[in-house]
Design a protein around this ligand. Structure first.
Ligand SMILES: NC(=O)c1ccc[n+]([C@@H]2O[C@H](COP(=O)([O-])OP(=O)(O)OC[C@H]3O[C@@H](n4cnc5c(N)ncnc54)[C@H](O)[C@@H]3O)[C@@H](O)[C@H]2O)c1
Length: 343
């Protein structure tokens, strides 16, 4: 079977994970990387034995590229995904899928129209403990859900925000902790427990010289009478492991995701347990990201293209966290609850 030939757009922090994941995925091949900065691009290409191109259009024009990985600042996710789809390339986009739900819908429409596969990277869904908890919730082990919440008290330094001109800006990052760091934890909560129907939130810029939020707090209400919450900041020195709390009628599971620990306590019949898995968390260090999740994501993406099926995290799945992030921003601006889905 011929390999799926990838080009990577962007040669920054996360692009190296993509290069290594492609090289560790059977039937996948890295053909080229596009990055505007020549020194970075050439160094990346040398390190990963690939070809550097100065711009995305040149990469999209190549007939030996079947698929692209979008690893650029957030505001470029929409135009690059649409351009890639028009060029007939399959598209794998780093989180967040885009800045708004409207942009996600435009990406989904462009890929559907071109008949190319669209995937979004949320590698934490592939963690063994995430998968175990998902199965338990879906099969009713915890009973009917009553309360579902998540907290990510992370830390980012001022130097981190100075490390890229796009960071901390509304125009290029599209928001702060919510749309960048905490979107991983939010995506897990939504995937595991479903979408809320009402969001009431506040955001703040607490302790960084940035124009976007570094703290957010949201009350989540669900159609099944369930309550929940989501709290996230990058102002919590030194950065604490993120956790999710899932409370059901039969008992509860606390997923200390950032520690690789899942504990559960069921009432009748009584069952108490704890499971562990090696894990990394970006709580304190943005690059403390294990490669295993990206490899799992690439394996699924390549298999999906081959089988002409949707990947496990397709555009519809990638859009979910963007919808809640947008609802939180809208609620904070309006000082009012936001009803979902958007009209
Ligand atoms: N999944 C994860 O755990 C994870 C971790 C870090 C970052 N990310 C995501 O990856 C994306 C990139 O983040 P980063 O930290 O690597 O950013 P970065 O600033 O380190 O790198 C961005 C790269 O994009 C390049 N670029 C900018 N405009 C371009 C263009 N028009 N064409 C081609 N390249 C262009 C820059 O030159 C740079 O090489 C973001 O969406 C971010 O949220 C995901």
């Amino acid at each position: 079977m011929p390999s799926l030939r990838f080009g990577i757009l962007g040669a920054g922090n996360i692009a190296g994970h993509h290069a290594r994941a492609i090289q560790n995925t059977p039937n996948a091949e890295l053909v080229a990387v596009a990055s505007r900065t020549e020194t970075t691009g050439r160094a990346f290409a040398a390190q990963h034995q690939t070809t550097w191109l100065a711009d995305a259009d040149a990469l999209l024009a190549r007939s030996d590229v079947d698929a692209v990985a979008i690893c650029t600042p957030h505001d470029l996710h929409l135009p690059l995904a649409v351009a890639a789809a028009r060029a007939g390339k399959h598209v794998l986009i780093e989180k967040p899928m885009a800045l708004t739900v409207a942009e996600c819908d435009a990406q989904i429409a462009a890929c559907a129209h071109a008949g190319v596969t669209l995937g979004v990277v949320f590698q934490m869904r592939f963690d063994a403990l995430s998968q175990q908890l998902k199965t338990w919730i879906d099969t009713g082990k915890l009973g009917r859900l009553l309360w579902t919440s998540a907290t990510a008290l992370w830390h980012r330094t001022d130097a981190y925000y100075r490390s890229g001109a796009w960071r901390g800006t509304l125009a290029h990052e599209g928001g702060g902790v919510l749309i960048n760091q905490a979107i991983h934890t939010l995506d897990l909560l939504l995937w595991l427990t479903g979408m809320p129907t009402r969001v009431t939130a506040q955001t703040r810029t607490l302790n960084h010289a940035i124009e976007v939020e570094d703290g957010a707090m949201a009350i989540l209400e669900y159609a099944d009478n369930r309550l929940g919450s989501f709290q996230a900041t990058v102002a919590a020195y030194p950065g604490y492991p993120e956790r999710l709390e899932i409370i059901g009628t039969r008992g509860s599971a606390i997923y200390h995701r950032g520690q690789g620990r899942l504990e559960w306590h069921l009432a009748d019949p009584r069952e108490d347990g704890e499971a562990h898995a090696p894990i990394s968390s970006g709580a304190a260090n943005p690059m403390d990201i294990d490669i295993a999740g990206h490899i799992a994501q690439y394996q699924d993406f390549v298999a999906a293209v081959r089988a002409q099926r949707a990947p496990l995290i397709d555009g519809r799945e990638g859009r979910k966290s963007v919808e809640i992030v947008e609802a939180i921003y809208r609620s904070a601006r309006a000082h009012a609850p936001i009803t979902l889905p958007f009209a």
